[in-house]
Ligand binder design. Structure first.
Ligand code: ANZ
Ligand code: ZN
Length: 882
C-alpha cells in the first residue's frame, strides 16, 4: 500500500481556479495581431442549469484553448449568453417572475457551474445578448442595414395563432395547430421586417465550395441544399381565350394573356398533362372571383401549416379552374389549369406545369384527378415496351421518347434544345422562355411579436412613414413595467412605451413593437467578443485581426440556420463597414451528444441516480436503490428530462471532480460521435485521476535530484525517453486533429508504461533513468493539463516545478527520439535470404559486418572459411558472398 494521500479534487479544484483567476491567466490582452488563435464554443441559452452536452462542448473547446496557449499563441476563448427568447416569457407567465430577473438569475447560476468546470475562459469579455449595451450595438447594425437596403419591410404570409395572438414559426405549427394553444392556425398577411439574405445567395453557395475547407462536408451539403440553387426556364404559356378565362381576366389586377411557370425540366414538356397554381396566385384569385366553389377551396387551403414537410406529406388536392393553357410546342394542344395545394406562392412564379411520369407530386396529383401519365424519359438499357410508370415517378437519366423532335436525345440535350427553340419564339412581343436561376433560400423574416427580444429601432410617423430612430436615442430600451396577464405582445399593450417623437418632423410617432428574432443576436456575437466594450459594434481593425474564428465548436442542430445567418451577417457587416471578412468560422466542428441508458419501472421512467446496476454481461441488471425492486433497462438515448436519463454535471463534479467529468467526455468515442455516459465509465475515469496522482507523488521524491537528460547507453532510460517524446508528438497531433479520444488512449498507455517502469524496487536504477523519468513525468503533466487542468497543477507542484502548468510551454518532441533506434535487416547468403539481423540504426558498415559474421546461420554456412565479400546496402539488406 502506498502512503501517498488520495488526490482530493474538492479541495484542489477551487484552489487552482482561484489561482488562475488571480493571475488573470485567461484574459486576452492581445489586440489580435501576431500569433493568435480564436476558439469559440456556441454560447448557451441561460435555461438555468448546464447539462452534460454543455460539459462536452466546453471541454472540447477548452482542450484546444489550453493547448494553443501552451504552444505560445495569444488565445481568445470567450463566453457569453444567448439570453433573449420565449422561455423567459413563459416563465414570466407561469411563475410571475420578470423575464429579466429570471434570465440574469439563470446566468449567475450557470456561470458558477461553468467556473466549477475549470474552463480557461476570458470572463472579462462576458456579455449577455439582453444587456442593453449589446443590443444597442445590434440596433446600430440594424439601422446600417436599413440604410443599405439589407433590411426592409413587406407583407408576408405568416402562421397566426388566434388564441396566443402571435406569429408562429413553421416548426411551432403541429398538425395545423399552435404548439402552445392548440388553436387552429390561420394564414395571415402581415407586414414584417426582413433581412435581404438572398442578395448573397450565390456567394453563400460558392464559398461552401472554395472558402470553407475546414468545415465538415455534411454541414456544407446541408447548407447547399438549404440555399437550393436550381437552373431552369421561366416559361410562358398562352391562355386559351375561353369564357372562364375572359371572366377571370376582367378581375385581374394586371391583366395578362399568359401564365409563367418555373421549370427545371423543360425536356419533359411533351409529358405535360396539367398546369397548377398556388392558392395565392393572382390568376387563382381572379378565377375565384366568379367561382364560389373555387373561392371556398382556396379558403380551405389557407388553414394548415406552411412548412415544406407538411406540404410534402399532405394529400395532393386541386381544383380545376376551367382555364386552359396552350402547349408551347404544339398550338393545337391545350391543358387544364388547376389550383393545387402543393404549389407554393413563394417559390419560382407560384405556377407549374405537371409531368406526372417524372415527378412524384405530379404523379400523385394525376392519379387523384385522372390525368394522363405519359413517360417521356426512358431509363437506359430498358425497352419502351418494358417501361411503365404506375405509382412511382421516374426522375433518373435516360433517353427521350414520345417527344417528337426530341426523341433519342438525353434529357440534358433535350433541355438545351427546348430552351433554344423557346428563347427564340416570340409570344406577345417577348421571348416565350428565358433561362432562370432560382434559389430556395428566402429572405429572413426577423419580426417577432414578443417582449423579450431586441427592439427594432424604427418609428411609424403619420407624416413621414417609417423613420429610423435617431442614433443618439439608441438603445431603444425594453420597458421594465410590463404584464403578461393577457396573450399577445406586451409591448403592444404598454400604456406609454409606444408613444414617441418622430426624429424627422418632431410630430407624434408610434414605436415599432416587433422585436428581433433571437437568431439575430447570435449572428454576430463572435465579432463582438473581439471588442466587447467598444462604443461601436466592432473595432474593425481588431475584428479583422482576430477573425475568422479559428475553431468553432457546437451542435449539429445549428448546421443550417445559425451558421447561415452568421455567414450572412459578416457579409452585411462587411458591406456596412464593420469588418472586412467574408466568412466567420474558419474551422467548424460539430460534436456528438452525451447519451445514457434509460430505466423504467411499471411504465414510468426512473432517474439513473435512483438505480443500481448489478452484474455484468448477460447477467447485467438493474434494481431500485430504495427497495431493490427490479428495474427494466431501456435503450440508450439522448439525455432528456422526459426520459429522466439525465446526469447532472453538478452531481458528477461534487462526487468525482471536474477533471473526471472532463476526462470522461473526451475518452471512449471520437468527439463527433455520441458518447455513452455510464457510472462505471465515470468511476474508471476517476480511478485514472488517482492513478496519475499516485504515479507522480510516489516518483517525485525519488527524482528530486535528477539531472538533465543526455545521450547515454542506458537502454531502459532510452526506452523511457523515446516513449515520452513519441507521446508528445502523438498527443500534439491528436489534439491538432481534434482526435481527443486518441490522445486519451495514448496517455493511458504512457501512464501504464511509466507505472511499470517505476515499480522496480531499485527505481531509479541509474542517473540516466532518473533524468529520463523526471522528463517523462514533466511531459505527462503538461500533456494532461488541457484535459485535466486541476490535477495537472497539483502534479506540477509535486514535481517541484515553479509557476502554474497553465502557464507552462508545451513540451517539444526531439525528432531524433521519434525514429526507432534499432533496425532489422534481412541477411542473404549468396543472394538467398537466410536470416535477420537487428542492429542499432546508427550502426556503420564495420559494425554491421562484424555482427553478420557472428550470426549462427552465417557461421554455419562459412564453416571456417572467410567470405569473398559482404555487401551492405545501408538500411536495406546484407548479402554475404561465399
Ligand atoms: C416541370 C417538371 C417536370 C418539374 C418534371 C419537375 C419534374 P427545384 O429543383 O426545387 O427548383 N416547381 C416550380 N415552382 C414550384 C412551386 N412554386 N411550388 C411547387 N413546385 C414548384 O424544383 C423545380 C421544379 O419544381 C420545377 O420543375 C417545377 O416542376 C416545380 F418531370 O417543372 B418542374
Ligand atoms: Zn415624422
Amino acid at each position: 500500500m502506498s502512503n501517498v494521500e488520495r488526490y482530493n479534487p474538492r479541495e484542489s479544484e477551487p484552489r487552482w481556479q482561484k489561482a488562475w483567476d488571480e493571475k488573470k491567466l485567461f484574459e486576452t490582452a492581445s489586440d489580435g495581431s501576431g500569433e493568435t488563435y480564436y476558439v469559440l464554443e456556441m454560447f448557451p441559452y441561460p435555461s438555468g442549469r448546464i447539462h452534460m452536452g454543455h460539459v462536452r462542448n466546453y471541454t472540447l473547446g477548452d482542450v484546444v484553448a489550453r493547448y494553443k496557449r501552451a504552444k505560445g499563441f495569444a488565445v481568445l476563448h470567450p463566453m457569453g449568453w444567448d439570453a433573449f427568447g420565449m422561455p423567459a416569457e413563459n416563465a414570466a407567465m407561469q411563475n410571475k417572475v420578470h423575464p429579466r430577473e429570471w434570465t440574469y438569475a439563470n446566468i449567475a447560476s450557470m456561470k458558477k457551474q461553468l467556473k466549477s468546470m475549470g474552463l480557461s475562459l476570458d470572463w472579462s469579455r462576458e456579455f449577455a445578448t439582453c444587456d442593453p449595451e449589446y443590443y444597442a450595438q445590434q440596433q446600430h447594425l440594424f439601422l446600417d442595414m436599413l440604410d443599405k437596403g439589407l433590411a426592409y419591410r413587406r407583407s408576408a404570409k405568416v402562421n397566426w395563432d388566434p388564441v396566443d395572438m402571435t406569429v408562429l414559426a413553421n416548426e411551432q405549427v403541429i398538425d395545423g395547430r399552435g404548439w402552445r394553444s392548440g388553436a387552429l392556425v390561420e394564414q395571415r398577411d402581415l407586414t414584417q421586417w426582413f433581412f435581404r439574405i438572398t442578395t448573397y445567395a450565390e456567394d453563400l453557395l460558392q464559398a461552401l465550395d472554395d472558402r470553407l475547407p475546414g468545415w465538415p462536408e455534411k454541414v456544407r451539403l446541408m447548407q447547399r441544399n438549404w440555399i437550393g440553387r436550381s437552373e431552369g426556364l421561366s416559361l410562358r404559356w398562352a391562355l386559351e381565350k375561353n369564357e372562364t378565362f375572359a371572366k377571370a381576366k376582367i378581375a385581374m389586377a394586371e391583366p395578362s394573356d399568359t401564365l409563367t411557370v418555373f421549370t427545371t425540366r423543360p425536356d419533359t414538356l411533351f409529358g405535360a398533362s396539367f398546369l397548377a397554381l398556388a392558392a395565392d396566385h393572382p390568376l387563382a384569385k381572379a378565377a375565384a372571383g366568379n367561382n364560389p366553389e373555387l373561392a371556398n377551396f382556396i379558403a380551405e387551403l389557407r388553414h394548415g401549416g406552411t412548412s415544406a414537410a407538411e406540404i410534402e406529406t399532405a394529400e395532393k388536392r386541386g381544383f380545376d379552374t376551367g382555364i386552359r393553357a396552350v402547349h408551347p410546342l404544339d398550338p393545337s394542344w391545350t391543358l387544364p389549369v388547376y389550383v393545387a395545394n402543393f404549389v407554393l406562392m413563394e417559390y419560382g412564379t407560384g405556377a407549374i406545369f405537371g409531368c406526372p411520369a417524372h415527378d412524384q407530386r405530379d404523379l400523385d396529383f394525376a392519379r387523384a384527378y385522372d390525368l394522363p401519365v405519359l413517360p417521356v424519359v426512358l431509363p437506359l438499357d430498358t425497352s419502351p415496351s418494358d417501361f411503365t410508370v404506375d405509382d412511382v415517378a421516374y426522375d433518373g437519366d435516360g433517353s427521350m421518347i414520345n417527344s417528337r423532335f426530341l426523341d433519342g436525345l438525353s434529357p440534358q440535350a433535350a433541355f438545351a434544345e427546348v430552351a433554344k427553340r423557346l428563347e427564340n419564339t416570340d409570344l406577345g412581343g417577348s421571348p416565350q422562355a428565358e433561362r432562370k436561376v432560382n434559389f430556395r433560400l428566402r429572405d429572413w423574416g426577423l419580426s417577432r411579436q414578443r417582449y423579450w427580444g431586441c427592439p427594432i429601432p424604427v418609428l411609424h410617423c403619420e407624416t413621414c412613414g417609417i423613420v429610423p430612430e435617431a442614433r443618439e436615442n439608441l438603445p431603444v430600451r425594453l420597458p421594465d413595467d410590463i404584464d403578461f396577464d393577457k396573450p399577445g405582445n406586451p409591448l403592444d399593450r404598454h400604456p406609454t412605451w409606444r408613444h414617441a417623437t418622430c426624429p424627422r418632423c418632431g410630430g407624434a410617432a408610434r414605436r415599432e413593437t416587433d422585436t428581433m428574432d433571437t437568431f439575430v443576436d447570435s449572428s454576430w456575437y463572435f465579432a463582438r467578443f473581439t471588442s466587447p466594450h467598444a462604443p461601436t459594434p466592432t473595432v474593425p481593425a481588431v475584428a479583422d485581426a482576430w477573425l475568422p474564428v479559428d475553431q468553432y465548436i457546437g451542435g449539429i442542430e445549428h448546421a443550417i440556420l445559425h451558421l447561415l445567418y452568421s455567414r450572412f451577417f459578416v457579409r452585411a457587416m462587411r458591406d456596412t463597414g464593420h469588418l472586412s471578412l467574408d466568412e466567420p468560422f474558419k474551422g467548424l466542428f460539430t460534436q456528438g451528444m452525451v447519451v445514457h441508458e434509460t430505466y423504467r419501472q411499471d411504465g414510468k421512467w426512473i432517474e439513473p441516480s435512483e438505480v443500481k446496476i448489478l452484474g455484468e454481461g448477460a447477467g447485467r441488471h438493474a434494481v431500485r436503490l430504495s427497495d431493490n425492486s427490479a428495474v427494466e433497462i431501456g435503450p440508450i438515448e439522448k439525455m432528456s428530462k422526459s426520459k429522466k436519463n439525465v446526469v447532472d454535471p453538478d452531481d458528477i463534479i461534487a462526487s468525482y471532480g471536474a477533471d473526471t467529468a472532463r476526462w470522461f467526455v473526451l475518452s471512449d468515442s471520437p468527439p463527433e460521435r455520441d458518447v455513452i455516459w455510464t457510472e462505471a465509465g465515470a468511476e474508471g475515469a476517476h480511478r485514472f485521476v488517482q492513478r496519475v496522482w499516485r504515479l507522480v507523488a510516489e516518483a517525485a521524491p525519488k527524482l528530486k535530484d535528477a539531472g538533465a537528460t543526455a545521450a547515454s547507453d542506458d537502454a531502459a532510460a532510452n526506452a523511457i525517453r523515446r516513449l515520452a517524446h513519441k507521446t508528445v508528438a502523438g498527443v500534439s497531433d491528436d489534439i491538432e486533429r481534434l482526435a481527443f479520444n486518441k490522445a486519451v488512449a495514448r496517455l493511458y498507455e504512457f501512464v501504464n508504461a511509466l507505472s511499470s517502469a517505476f515499480s522496480d524496487a531499485a527505481f531509479p536504477a541509474s542517473p540516466a533513468m532518473a533524468a529520463a523519468s523526471r522528463e517523462a513525468l514533466s511531459f505527462l503533466v503538461r500533456l494532461l493539463a488541457p484535459m485535466m487542468p486541476h490535477l495537472a497543477e497539483s502534479a506540477w507542484g509535486q514535481l517541484g516545478e515553479t509557476g502554474l502548468v497553465a502557464e507552462a510551454r508545451w513540451p517539444e518532441a526531439d525528432p531524433q527520439l521519434l525514429v526507432d533506434d534499432e533496425i532489422t535487416l534481412p541477411v542473404q547468403i549468396n543472394g538467398k535470404k537466410r536470416g535477420d539481423l537487428t542492429v542499432s540504426a546508427k550502426a556503420g558498415k564495420p559494425e554491421i559486418e562484424a555482427a553478420v559474421m557472428a550470426l549462427d546461420v552465417v557461421v554455419a554456412a562459412l564453416d571456417g572459411q572467410t567470405p569473398k565479400r559482404i555487401v551492405v546496402v545501408p538500411g536495406r539488406i546484407v548479402n554475404v558472398v561465399l
